[in-house]
Design a binder for this molecule. Structure first.
Ligand code: BES
Ligand code: MN
Ligand code: ZN
Length: 492
């Protein structure tokens, strides 16, 4: 996709998109488009049943007196809560199959340069596809959109905002989507680690730990999840040193189960294929790190992902096995399908002791229970620190990756007590997402502000995608939020 930012003038070709209010009024170049139509504009609007209502639209083809081949008139209601990003997303969704070049007009609408840059992001996300394995896709099922022009009041500032922030962060979101959408025979731990290694070209330092190294570190809860798989488990540490030398880093950690069969506690067959997305938390971390590096973020950040495949096998971990984690705490594995927390336990302990971060957030497609609680609309946030939880709420508000905080506490923590070991890996039927969070918290170093974001309902969506920016199973949820969190709190 070719993206550019231009002055808000009549487009010389292609499809022009103009926002129009209920009064049939608009601003900027939109006024000139309407003027060129004379009386016909109101007549055309009437014939199309268009009244400027939000979500309604109509097209003027080969409009007289204009060089554009089409004017797409898009309703914005009273214009008060005009959201340029969503406006761009809806336009791209409607037009991407027919128009190769779109000029999105945002002039005279009180759209800030930042919002104009985000309009380009909205369009890119709405036009995102994952079609590379479809060899028989008919030509008319392929998007034709190639060129996007954002026409706005301050194109220089919008261009800079896109180049220095929103563009690279969107690249990171697209990378996260690709990783989640890829099938599990392509993205398995070693192949995934190799893809992450490629990000060194952006200036990230990437260190890969194999099973031998993890064994010597005592990372047995992570390793036990992968022990039924022929594919070797990996832990990948991505380091970005864009901040002051010696400044303690922030740390982001992701669950990267490249496929979750459930292990010996085997999942049912129906929809099991969706479990290729059980690395969605790690994909957000990888996408976020790529974004931070590409935009040269002025902060020190370490990203850690635990990559494993959860398989049943003669060598697989058994219900009842007691495993000693890197922290020394022992875990009775009562359910091998509660594997994400086992992977994260060692990642969080590694991060706490080796990185000693000033704050730490982990993302994981951790529990089906979070879907019961919040559906696919919001991710669940669990935190030991109100300040950090507020930072996440604010970042989430800005990027519109919605979250909701849920409680943790000792009354939930005791549900993990086991008569045979320091803890068991399941808490029982009740409060499943909370007991999962409690399990993670046991591996977070004392005094480290920490939050867990359960993205099981938001990072992968087999259905329920009403947001025009979400076009595929993999949503990329979290990559933007993490960039925002770093930008707002660690970049001075
Ligand atoms: N990866 C799943 C959680 C999940 C479920 C993600 C549905 C996305 C959609 C996780 O590993 C899991 O299996 N969790 C179990 C935990 C239970 C055994 C305590 C669950 O949610 O059923
Ligand atoms: Mn599982
Ligand atoms: Zn899982």
């Amino acid at each position: 996709m070719k993206i550019s930012f231009v002055a808000d003038k009549l487009a010389a070709s292609g499809c022009a998109v103009i926002p129009v209010k209920k009064s049939l009024k608009t601003g900027g170049a939109g006024v000139d488009y309407i003027k060129a139509q004379g009386k016909q504009f109101a007549q055309a609007a009437k014939a199309a049943g268009f009244n400027g209502e939000k979500g309604k639209s109509f097209s003027l083809y080969a409009p007289s007196g204009l060089e554009a081949s089409r004017v797409f008139v898009s309703g914005i209601g009273d214009g008060k809560d005009f959201d340029a990003e969503m406006f761009g997303a809806k336009a791209a969704k409607s037009l991407m199959m027919q128009e190769s070049a779109i000029t999105l007009h945002l002039g005279g609408m009180d759209v800030s340069p930042d919002a104009a840059a985000r309009a380009a992001v909205g369009m890119r996300l709405a036009a995102y596809r994952f079609d590379q394995y479809r060899t028989k896709l008919a030509a008319n099922k392929k998007p034709v959109l190639k060129t996007i022009k954002i026409a706005c009041d301050d194109p220089a500032k919008a261009r800079a905002s896109y180049k220095n922030y929103h563009g690279p962060v969107c690249d990171g979101t697209v990378l996260a989507r690709d990783l989640v959408n890829e099938p599990p025979n392509v993205i398995y731990p070693k192949a995934y680690a190799a893809r992450i290694k490629e990000l060194e070209k952006l200036g990230l330092k990437v260190q890969i730990l194999g099973e031998k190294r993890m064994k010597s570190l005592g990372m047995n809860t992570l390793l036990c999840v992968g022990q039924g798989s022929v594919r070797e488990s990996q832990m990948v540490i991505m380091t970005w040193n864009g901040g002051k030398k010696g400044d303690k880093p922030a740390c982001i950690v992701g669950k990267g189960v490249t496929f979750d069969t459930g292990g010996i506690s085997l999942k049912p067959g129906a929809n099991m294929w969706d479990m290729k997305g059980d690395m969605g938390g790690s994909a957000a971390v990888v996408g976020a790190m790529a974004g931070l590096a590409a935009r040269n973020a002025k902060a020190n950040v370490v990203g850690i992902v635990g990559l494993v495949e959860n398989m049943p096998d003669g060598n697989a971990v058994l219900p009842g096995d007691i495993i000693t984690s890197m922290s020394g705490q022992t875990v009775e594995v009562q359910n091998t399908d509660a594997e994400g927390r086992l992977v994260l336990a060692d990642c969080l302990h590694y991060a706490s002791t080796k990185i000693k971060p000033k704050a730490m957030i982990n993302l994981a497609t951790l529990t089906g229970a979070i879907l019961v609680a919040l559906g696919t609309e919001r991710a669940g946030v669990f935190s030991n620190n109100d300040g950090l939880a507020a930072q996440i709420a604010s970042a989430s508000e800005t990027t519109k990756e919605k979250t909701w905080r849920l409680p943790i506490g000792p009354e939930y923590d005791r549900l993990l007590d086991s008569p045979n070991a320091d803890m068991k890996n399941i808490g029982g039927r009740l409060a499943g997402s909370i007991t999962a969070a409690q399990f993670l918290q046991r591996f977070v170093g004392k005094g480290i502000p920490w939050a867990h974001i359960d993205v099981a309902g938001t990072a992968m969506k087999p259905s329920n995608r009403h947001d025009p920016r979400e076009t595929t199973f993999g949503t990329g949820f979290g990559a933007r939020l993490l960039n925002r969190w770093i930008a707002d709190n660690f970049e001075g």
